[in-house]
Every structure is written in structure tokens, then in C-alpha cells.
Design a protein around this ligand. Structure first.
Ligand code: 4NP
Length: 160
């Protein structure tokens, strides 16, 4: 089974689309694009079908990561068996993921900042109601955490 990672936040328009984009960019840099299936979703469905928040698109482009083609979707029960890794952006997302897990769930549920080398924060803060600086903070947290997450994914003994 191909390695697979699903990034999860609340609305799938701010944090998890950027996480998906930063992770894809790291896969590309390392020539691993074909080895890992990547997607993102929200626990909530308010923005289903919409593109990412323009502030997320902009901060991505500032750093050479284009997330403009992504479309929001909501977490589905099938995600728990179709993905090996469900990566929550914050503790609320993680608790919802755990609560909704079907009995046949096989994915492991982790938190993005578990892979941040400094580890002094546990949540990627929700930037939706704030200014552009919040989006830059999100980007920086993701950028520092993605290498450790990718390392964990590639050394997990899963995948073929
Ligand atoms: P996200 O941010 O979870 O990082 O995509 C949010 C987007 C939308 C809402 C909340 C958070 N909302 O309430 O619509």
C-alpha cells in the first residue's frame, strides 16, 4: 500500500491546504512525489468546494508554494482506512478525529507540531479571524515541522 498522509484542520481553507502544499514541496525536493499520496480536509463542511483562503494562497506564493488549485472537502469515514496518517493541526481537530473514528479505522492520528523540532507549541493557531501575520506564523510552523513528519512517514515501515 502506498504511503498516504491527510492533513486535517477545521475549514480546510487556511491551515491544512498550506500543510499539504508545504509537504508536497518537500516531497518534490526529495524526489519522493510518487511515493506518498497527499490530501487535506476539514472536520467542518462550511467551505466545501471552495478554494483556499486568499491569505493562505498569498503566503504560500511568498514562499514558492502554489496551493491555488486545491478545493475544500470534509473529512469522510473512508479517510480512516484510505490514509495511513491523519495529521491534525490542533488539539480540537485531533479530538474530533478521535471521536469520529469508525470501528475499522486503521490510520494513525497525530498532531502536526509533534514534529516541530522545538516543540514548545502544540497547536498550529487558527488564523482565520486574524490578520496576515497569523498566516505567516502558520507557514513557519509548518515549514519547520514538515521534515520531521516526512521522516516519520518514510521510516514507519508502511508502504510498499
Ligand atoms: P482552517 O481555518 O481550519 O485553518 O481552514 C478556518 C477556516 C474557516 C473557519 C474556521 C477556521 N470558519 O469558521 O468558517
Amino acid at each position: 500500500m502506498k504511503r498516504s498522509v491527510l492533513f486535517v484542520c477545521l475549514g480546510n481553507i487556511c491551515r491544512s491546504p498550506l500543510a499539504e502544499g508545504v509537504f508536497r514541496a518537500e516531497l518534490e525536493r526529495r524526489g519522493l512525489t510518487d511515493q506518498v499520496h497527499v490530501d487535506s480536509c476539514g472536520t467542518g463542511g462550511w467551505h466545501v468546494g471552495e478554494g483556499p483562503d486568499p491569505r493562505s494562497v498569498e503566503v504560500g506564493l511568498d514562499h514558492g508554494v502554489d496551493i491555488g488549485d486545491q478545493r475544500s472537502r470534509q473529512l469522510a469515514a473512508s479517510d480512516y482506512t484510505q490514509f495511513q496518517w491523519l495529521v491534525a493541526m490542533d488539539g480540537d481537530n485531533q479530538r474530533v478525529l478521535e471521536r469520529r473514528a469508525p470501528s475499522d479505522a486503521s490510520a494513525r492520528i497525530v498532531r502536526m507540531l509533534d514534529y516541530h523540532p522545538e516543540g514548545d507549541r502544540r497547536d498550529v493557531p487558527d488564523p482565520y479571524y486574524g490578520g496576515p501575520q497569523g498566516f505567516e506564523t502558520v507557514y513557519r510552523l509548518l515549514e519547520r515541522s514538515v521534515p520531521g513528519l516526512l521522516e516519520a512517514v518514510m521510516t514507519s515501515g508502511e508502504g510498499a
